[in-house]
Design a protein around this ligand. Sequence first.
Ligand SMILES: [Zn+2]
Length: 216
Amino acid sequence: MTFNPIFITDPNEIPKPQNAQLVRTPPTGRLKAIITSHKLIACPTHYHARRTVPCGGPGNCPLCESGLKWRLHGYISILNTDNLAHQILEVPARTYDALAQWYKNFNTVRGLYIELTRPTQRPNGQIQLIVRRPQTIPESLPDPLPVQWMLCRIWGVPAPDQPPPETTPKNPPIHRPKKHLDNNGQETQNNNGKHTNDQSLTQALRQVMQATRVPE
Ligand SMILES: [Zn+2]
């Protein structure tokens, strides 16, 4: 070998995993977690071939065309307080709506403590959600997972955007945002259109939701 090994002494500098477990509320027991996402992600999905897959939207989805109803699912990244795993939580529309109220009130869901149970103890039984808001967000709370990007990987579909910089690839390329000079000679930064993508996704979702929403 002609190179030196890489020793990392600060756990914070370990490259972040590009995969996270996708979890649902268990039929028995209690899922306890702190939300790390700022935003809730809602996504119309189908249950097809025994798994949840994304809906392509009106006119763009073979499963819709075959008559399969879609359902809205909500996705957030959570720190599971039982095993300290950073996971993606999938919740049905009703639970999404409850969390959405918190988002509307506080402009973020990050730091909320949640407990989810299924009182009927059935795999798809209705979920009981308890939410508590701490006075301050714990400083040690990890950055949110790139939920949309990870979901695309889990579903095996193209991601709407490249992974955000917080997921460090194995051999991180040196990347600096391109700087441009505008007419006044001032520097402007290229944001890679990320914000625009976010907005168009939200807009597309809203249209889909208005068009064909079905009750749980
Ligand atoms: Zn569909």
